[in-house]
Design a protein around this ligand. Structure first.
Ligand SMILES: [Zn+2]
Length: 577
């Protein structure tokens, strides 16, 4: 690979210059080079001698020896420039070692080591090289083009003035094609797969809290389901029970009886009721009401049962309401409508809205030609929105930042929780490499379901330590505490509100829809929370609009209208029945 050679040569030249500088800059010292420099030199010699011998490369201990020498440099002299080079060379070695070992571990080591450079030495000239290499390892080593794209995108975002940007963009072009081809193939596969085979029940999990128990049935893919509540049967000595029939499903490798015994539920049972129906039965000790709904990606059916604890008349009425609704039978309604959340049950009305202007301080967000910065535009919008929220909704508006200061993502929702906000809205501006891409996008927190959502999330999450794949895993656990259905409803209302309002005054207002993705800024919000991408700074028409006061005013009007629609819908839910 000529490129590879050129790269190595330029590194070698840089090394030489570096060593010479160290040599001449040694001042009064009589030694030729510092200890760390000579340690690095030895390690390099070890590596070069290894690479010269095909036979040596067959044995792992030869690799380990050189890697150990590099480790001495980074562990012993972590503050030196040599440490960064040592990390870089050892990460490269792990990548190459994988070709001999075939061990996934070696690739993971390579990624972890490159990542250490990016995270611990972000200002070093090797940081963007390391970020680029991470993309390469995901693409060539791990065969994961989606993650590779995200990693190359990070080069583009985190190191806009680095020399790897061009190469990263070339890779992104290549990967964009690979990904769209894959998507096509997946689509045609999915079409043929639908009819064949039954969906496996993967797992049944449960959590107990003092007031309710949640049972989650994990499915291999979406299925239709029906639930029924059965009375106690003294003759057969059977307790009250709630069952859920899963159509087109098979219960192959799950336990048939899962003890719960928390005072509300005795246990959960699962079994093949007929050839293609799995019945999940919950044996009841004492419950007041239940609700059942499903979530996507992965598909799972959630059953919440509530204990009979309250003496309060109003509470009782609400629980009656709940029961009435759940008795209506089959829950096959769309997600946002099927879940009656705590906020609704308690009839909380919205009093305080937290507005989060994205980015700030050292993190400018999207930047167009140096001068136009996301952080400035969204701050302006947030202030306009705050005034309208107070004036038109009569709610208190709280801003997470009121000036150009940096605020880590995780602090933003923590702030919202501390201030006991009832709604949380994070304001952002989009960017895309193609100037033609335009439109409004509104997100709520969930697993990402489309590729571009993954990319937007990667960009918005880029100041966070956690990477995206970690996030998807963490989310699996956190989801259960998150107000997904309320947030989804709020997202739809606000999105429609913006479109309606903007279309009154502007031509060709585009929408990319309401989407879900794992945004770090939305995780842990104890209230319905959304993120709005108000337009593309890379699109000439939207950029022009975003820079005008009147467009921001209209945007804010639309958001307020959407919030108002959402608040009304909560109130209606209580007056009706
Ligand atoms: Zn942003």
């Amino acid at each position: 690979m000529p490129l590879e050679l050129a790269r190595n040569r330029s590194i070698a030249v840089a090394m030489l210059i570096f060593l010479l500088a160290a040599f001449w800059g040694g001042g009064g010292s009589s030694s030729l080079a510092s200890t760390e420099a000579s340690l690095l030199e030895n390690a390099n010699a070890c590596r070069q001698s290894l690479y010269r011998s095909n036979k040596k490369m067959q044995y792992r201990h030869n690799w380990a020896k050189c890697l150990g020498q590099y480790k001495e440099v980074c562990d012993g002299y972590p503050k030196s420039g040599e440490a960064v080079w040592a990390l870089y060379f050892s990460a490269r070695m792990y990548t190459k070692l994988y070709r001999y070992s075939g061990l996934e571990d070696d690739l993971d080591q390579a990624i972890a080591t490159f990542k250490k450079i990016v995270e611990s030495y972000p200002d070093h000239r090797l940081a963007d090289d390391a970020q680029y290499r991470i993309g390469e390892v995901y693409y060539e080593g791990k065969g994961n083009p989606t993650q590779a794209y995200v990693e190359f995108l990070k080069v583009d975002i985190k190191f806009p003035s680095g020399d790897m940007r061009g190469r990263a963009r070339d890779m992104m072009d290549e990967l964009a094609e690979v990904l769209s081809r894959e998507k096509q193939e997946k689509k045609s596969l999915a079409g043929g797969e639908k009819q064949s085979g039954l969906a496996r029940v993967r797992n049944i999990r449960h959590w107990s809290t003092p007031s309710y128990t949640r049972v989650v049935v994990d499915m291999e893919r979406p299925v239709k389901y029906e639930s029924h509540l059965l009375k106690k049967d003294p003759k057969l000595n059977k307790p009250r029970r709630l069952y859920v029939d899963l159509e087109g499903a098979v219960a192959s490798d799950i336990e048939s009886s899962i003890p719960i015994r928390d005072g509300l539920l005795r246990r959960a049972r699962a079994g093949q009721n007929s050839r293609d129906v799995v019945r999940v039965v919950l044996d009841i000790d004492n419950i007041e009401g239940y609700k059942i709904f499903h979530l996507h990606d992965p598909f799972r059916i959630v059953v919440d049962v509530r204990g009979a604890k309250t003496n309060d008349e109003e509470e009782k009425k609400k629980i009656e309401n709940l029961k009435k609704r759940t008795r209506k039978g089959v829950r096959r309604v769309k997600e946002p409508d099927s879940e009656v959340t705590l906020a609704r049950q308690l009839g909380l009305s919205v009093k305080r809205i937290v507005i989060d202007p994205g980015h700030g301080g050292k993190d400018p967000g999207c930047v167009y030609r140096g001068g136009i910065k996301e952080k400035d535009i969204v701050l302006k919008l947030a202030k306009i929105l705050a005034l309208k929220v107070e004036k038109e909704l009569g709610c208190e508006a709280v801003l997470t930042r009121v000036d150009d200061t940096f605020l880590p993502l995780e602090r933003r929702t923590a702030f919202a929780n501390m201030r006991k906000g009832d709604l949380f809205i994070s304001l952002h501006i989009n960017a895309h490499r193609q100037a033609g891409i335009a439109g409004l996008e509104t997100y709520f927190l969930n697993m990402a379901t489309d590729d571009r959502a993954v990319l937007v999330a990667a960009r918005e999450n880029s100041t966070s330590e956690k990477n995206l794949s970690d996030l998807q895993t963490i989310l699996n656990d956190l989801m259960l505490n998150t107000k997904i259905s309320e947030s989804s409803k709020l997202a739809h209302e606000v999105h429609q509100g913006m479109l309606n309002r903007l279309r009154k005054s502007y031509k060709g207002v585009k929408t990319l829809g309401v989407k879900q993705a794992p945004f770090y800024v939305l995780i842990g919000a104890e209230m319905p929370a959304i993120l709005v991408e108000t337009g593309f700074v890379t699109n000439p028409s939207e950029r022009k609009r975003l820079l005008s006061q009147s467009y921001l005013e209209s945007l804010a009007d639309g958001i307020v209208a959407g919030m108002s629609g959402y608040i009304e819908s909560i109130d209606l839910a209580f007056q009706g029945e």
